[in-house]
Design a protein around this ligand. Structure first.
Ligand code: 5GP
Length: 237
């Protein structure tokens, strides 16, 4: 099924599919990076956790009417997706203040955002993914104003679904990052991954951080935390 390596990112490899130009295989790596690649490490099993957790998230979103690139998990570290042209935006939804918004504008950590806050970042490693506004997004990408509104509405809908999804396993969804792509029909669909690498998740009972901040802030063992999330998801079904 998997053919040529098309692209290698920080967390995943992307392969073409031998007999179908409209499909790709995503292979999740064990590498972890933070602070725009300045901090790096490898964790045995991390690729498996992100692949399996992201697959469960996309399956749930599909059941709840969110169009995405996801087709199926192929094995422990790989998944089959529809080929999309990634729109170079990182769409961040925040329910609670944490991370860059605290550093950037001095927001008090743990401030609740009602309604949730949507932020756009320009996906450009050389520039450290800067925060941009809607006008910048229209200048920098091929999305129309209507499509940008659609992307923001989809992000908020995903937020509602994911809040419920993670609440069932006793995790508070603090914030997360989404990426969108254009599929072969020209439609905008949710792409990339949704995992503890791309979300902030706090244990509802203890407030403990259960996401990539464990690595970013040296809070403990990342694999134990990701294993705990997958176990909770498996126990839920
Ligand atoms: P922040 O802007 O506070 O750094 O990140 C907000 C949320 O988006 C966090 O859940 C964070 O994990 C996610 N996020 C933002 N940018 C990136 C990125 O480049 N890579 C990953 N994996 N997650 C990101």
């Amino acid at each position: 099924m998997k053919d040529k390596l098309l692209y290698e990112g920080k967390a995943k490899q992307v392969f073409t599919v031998a007999d179908n130009p409209n499909l790709l295989v995503l292979s999740y790596k064990n590498d972890a990076t933070a602070f725009n690649g300045e901090k790096k490490a490898q964790f045995q099993g991390k690729g498996r956790y992100n692949n399996l957790i992201s697959a469960k998230v996309f399956e749930y979103l599909h059941e709840h009417g969110v169009n995405s690139h996801f087709k199926e998990a192929l094995n422990e570290t790989e998944q089959l997706v529809e080929k999309t042209t990634i729109i170079p935006l990182e769409v961040v939804v925040r329910n609670v203040a944490a991370g860059s918004i605290v550093r950037r504008i001095g927001m008090q950590e743990k401030t609740i955002f009602t309604p949730p806050l949507v932020e756009l970042f320009y996906k450009k490693d050389e520039l450290g993914d800067p925060l941009i506004n809607d006008e910048h997004a229209l200048l920098l990408t091929d999305v129309t104003e209507a499509e940008l509104n659609q992307i923001k509405e989809m992000a908020l809908r995903v937020n509602e679904q994911l809040q419920a999804f993670f609440k069932e396993i006793h995790l508070q969804l603090v914030d997360f990052k989404l990426e969108f792509g254009r599929n072969p029909n020209g439609e905008i669909v949710l792409s990339d991954e949704v995992s503890p690498d791309t979300c902030r998740l706090w244990d509802i009972a203890t407030g403990e951080k259960m996401d990539k901040d464990v690595f970013r802030e040296d809070l403990g063992d990342l694999v134990t935390v990701y294993d705990n999330i997958l176990s909770r998801l498996e126990a839920k079904q």
